[in-house]
Ligand binder design. Structure first.
Ligand code: HEM
Ligand code: SF4
Length: 781
């Protein structure tokens, strides 16, 4: 194996880890509020976990494994850390990361330091950063590949993570490499993807960009038919700069690269990219030599194996095999992993995380294969199920994820239990199943030939956990497509549906096992017909079980769920305006630039208007609304009214200069920051001095809006729709009902949960024929 680490952690990340430690201390001492602290911890790969008691919150650490490369020693350390500080299990993710769960905040710096000692870091595991770079898990040993893409995924990681700007992008930047046209690394659905090619004897890549799942999913666009292999750095740098300049930082829901593509159109997108690439090529990039390591393979006897199971893959070097472990839902306990690692003593063996929540053991000699398999089964039989269909991919779902609707891992377990009782032949007829607990797609249901997306549906005035069934997803070079939603099924009836589907497939003489080909030849209608047999909802009295989710004995509800995301989005936007106002002020002051000073006033005045549900680009409206909402209501000193008048006058040309108002501008920005700092998670100002005034203001608000019983928020984007919904609901008496019209997509995904989290009751959520939703909300106490 390598005589140096597969990838090197740069000094900057070590410094960032020290800085993170200081921020943790400030947070724990109460000197840093949770919202701002989140801005440090998430890009550090430290996430909050759902369902914790207040004051004893637990966290998850997502450690990147670039290219899926991980050594036995690193896994041992991760495993030990999970035992010492976490919940004694590791989670393998769908992006080849490894997560330690349920750790206390005060332990996180220590964990990060211990990871650094073995060349690992979670930096960039979350936030608006270059995320873990994916790679086909079989790259380097796959007989079908042109060449091994692993060195490129590692070298590109090294290159990108050594610059701080990679951790402050408009949104996530996800990159993937595939070593064959089967695109097992998912290059065709990432922000940037590379598929290995050879042209005239030279190694290189076909390049794709601006794809991605989540809201408004897109298959990536073909960017380059062929680039020489050493140009991956230039392409990745060009796309990074392009994204940095064009990504919409003001709206996180439309900030990913695919939205830049949507705004510009494909042609313009490619043209702009070419300009950035030219710039980068001219500048040149100081790339370190790519480090090629060779996995040792020698002296195996080429013995033919019984390969009827689908977890064994022959390697390029005769006599060697790879074995794919599929731990249920990607979780492996301390004990299991310890035992497993003790089995892997051979020099030849190397490990990769897969992007299917598992681990690939490579370099197993033919003569050792049977023994190793028997021993792994001794650790846990479920690590090696013979048919991938019985091992669904599932996101973490509502038990740990704040956005979750359904308990997706529990459905995965139920599917597994039921399918594994079928005859092996029947099992093998179904493709692998992908499950997400909500439309966000962390369980990658869009790429499943069969996928399920969690949702809530109302029956009998109660909620029933459901999943939309998607069929026909596929990933392969130039053949990638997302699945199509065909029908909704109650969560509880999905395993029975799958069993029935397997039965029906087994009765088709011409079924080849290619599920998508079957769909294309009339199978889609047949699948829907089978599914229809499982849609019926009995009344609650007849069967209350269907009103509960898998693994829960409580009636399904949205209460307590919800993102808090909307609130966070609002905070991001305010922060952006305040930062801009500060920049304007500094430039205006240093350069006596009146226009900059004017912009400082406008941006400071705009920052907090969002909390009042006002979103406008018109300076006149911004200045007058700030006056009526903040100065007239005594949240900002009356003397600042003169400053706003001066800004009006300046804009109208009545006065020439704002230079004399510098001190006033500085104070205005400071006051706005003060108010921002006092905002609580319900978006209320929480300063002692304000208590009385806020009460008065609330009353004033009720008089103004007392008639409002309907809020039409169609066309209003997240998170402004959430704020407007709050503004509309605030004057109502507890128990009164408000109807809210919302657009599909992000609005309907986020707003209901956020309102439920604030104590309001969602009575109904109906989609109209026109496509928008009517949400009926009862005001809480
Ligand atoms: C706050 C709750 C959320 C949690 C706990 C969560 C968790 C995860 C996890 C653990 C993964 C595996 C990926 C990795 O290693 O990086 C993942 C992937 C993913 N997440 Fe989330 N996520 C959340 C919110 C969201 C949202 C809001 C979206 C979209 C709008 C989203 C879209 C995705 C997608 C598309 C993937 C697939 C991975 C890929 O890019 O290939 N997630 N998520
Ligand atoms: S798909 Fe939804 S439920 Fe699942 S982890 Fe992502 S946000 Fe949470």
């Amino acid at each position: 194996m390598a005589d140096r680490p597969q990838f090197r952690i740069p000094e900057t990340i070590k410094e960032d880890t020290k800085k993170y430690e200081q921020e943790v201390e400030r947070f724990l001492n109460g000197n840093l509020d949770p919202v701002r602290f989140k801005g440090y911890r998430v890009p550090m790969g430290v996430y909050g976990q759902r369902g914790q008691t207040e004051g004893a919150e637990k966290y998850m650490i997502r450690v990147r494994a670039p290219g899926g490369v991980i050594t036995k020693e690193q896994l041992e350390v991760l495993n030990d850390l999970s035992r010492e500080y976490g919940a004694e299990y590791l989670h393998f993710t769908t992006r080849q990361d490894i997560q330690i769960h349920q750790v206390n905040m005060e332990d996180t710096p220590q964990i990060l330091y211990k990871l650094l000692e073995v060349g690992l870091s979670p930096r960039g595991g979350g936030g608006n950063t270059v995320r873990n770079i994916m790679n086909s898990p079989r790259a380097g040993v796959n007989p079908q590949e042109k060449f091994d893409t692993t060195p490129y995924s590692l070298a590109l990681t090294e290159y990108l993570i050594r610059t701080r700007s990679s951790f402050n992008l408009p949104r996530k930047y996800k990159i993937a490499f595939s070593s064959t046209a089967q695109d097992k690394g998912l290059a065709t659905i990432n922000d940037l993807g590379f598929i290995a090619k050879e042209k005239d004897g030279r190694q290189g890549f076909k390049v794709y960009a601006a794809g991605g799942m989540g809201n408004d999913p897109e298959i990536a666009l073909l960017l380059e038919e062929f680039i020489a292999a050493d140009k991956v750095f230039h392409v990745a740098e060009a796309i990074k700069r392009f994204f940095d300049d064009y990504g919409d930082r003001s709206n996180k829901h439309q900030a990913r690269l695919r939205f830049v593509r949507k705004r510009l159109g494909d042609e313009e997108f490619v043209a702009k990219y070419k300009k950035y690439l030219k710039e980068v090529l001219e500048e040149g990039i100081d790339t370190e030599e790519i480090y090629y390591y060779q996995e040792p393979r020698s002296g195996a006897k080429d013995r033919k194996q019984n390969l009827e199971v689908d977890y064994i893959y022959p390697e390029a070097k005769p006599g060697y095999y790879s074995v794919e472990l599929r731990p249920p839902e990607g979780d492996i306990t301390y004990q299991e992993l310890e035992e497993l690692l003790s089995l892997l003593s051979s020099e030849q063996i190397s490990l990769r995380t897969t992007n299917k929540q598992g681990l690939l053991i490579r370099g197993v000699k033919a003569e050792n294969l049977d023994d190793l398999i028997a021993e792994i089964k001794g650790v846990n039989e479920q690590l090696l199920v013979p048919n991938v269909a019985t091992m669904p991919i599932a996101c973490k779902g509502a038990s740990t994820c704040r956005l979750g609707l359904c308990l997706s891992p529990n459905l995965a377990e139920a599917v597994r239990d039921q399918l594994s009782q079928l005859d092996k032949k029947l099992q093998s007829l179904l493709p692998q199943i992908y499950i997400s607990g909500c439309p966000n797609c962390c369980g990658q249901h869009l790429i499943g030939k069969i996928g399920f997306e969690g949702k809530a549906k109302r029956f009998d005035d109660r909620l029933v956990p459901h999943y939309s069934l998607l069929v026909g997803g596929n990933v392969a070079e130039d053949e990638s497509r997302y699945g199509e939603k065909v029908i909704d099924l109650p969560a509880k009836r999905i395993p029975d549906f799958l069993v029935e589907l397997a039965q029906q497939l087994s009765e088709k003489a011409d079924y080849t096992g290619d599920f998508n080909a079957y769909l294309a030849q009339g199978g889609r209608e047949e699948v829907v017909k089978v599914a229809k047999q499982f849609t019926e909802i009995p009344s609650y009295e007849q069967n209350s079980n269907i009103y509960q989710d898998w693994g829960s004995n409580e009636d399904f509800s949205l209460a307590g769920r919800g993102p808090g995301e909307c609130g966070t989005g609002v905070m991001d936007i305010i922060e952006l305006d305040i930062d801009t106002a500060n920049d304007n002020y500094q430039t205006g002051r240093q350069e006596n630039d009146d226009e900059e000073l004017y912009q400082a006033i406008v941006n400071a005045a705009r920052a907090l208007l969002i909390v009042r549900g006002i979103d406008t680009e018109k300076d006149r409206v911004i200045l007058s609304s700030f006056k009526s909402e903040f100065i007239d209501k005594d949240l900002v000193d009356k003397s600042k009214a003169d400053l706003l008048d001066a800004a009006f006058d300046y804009k109208l040309g009545d006065i020439d200069s704002l230079v004399d108002y510098q001190q006033e501008i500085k104070e205005l920005i400071q006051r706005v920051e003060e108010l921002f700092n006092s905002l609580n998670s319900k978006l209320e100002f929480d300063l002692d001095e304000l208590d009385q005034q806020n009460e008065d203001n609330d009353k004033a608000g009720s008089q103004n809006d007392a008639e409002t019983k309907l809020a039409d928020l169609r066309g209003v984007k997240c998170p402004m729709n959430f704020v407007k919904a709050k503004v509309a609901i605030s004057p109502l008496e507890a128990g009164e009902v408000l109807e809210i019209y919302l657009d599909p997509g992000e609005p309907i995904q986020n707003v209901p949960q956020s309102l439920a989290e604030e104590g309001h009751e969602i009575l109904e959520q109906e989609q109209t024929e026109e496509g928008y939703y009517i949400l009926t909300v009862k005001k809480g106490k």
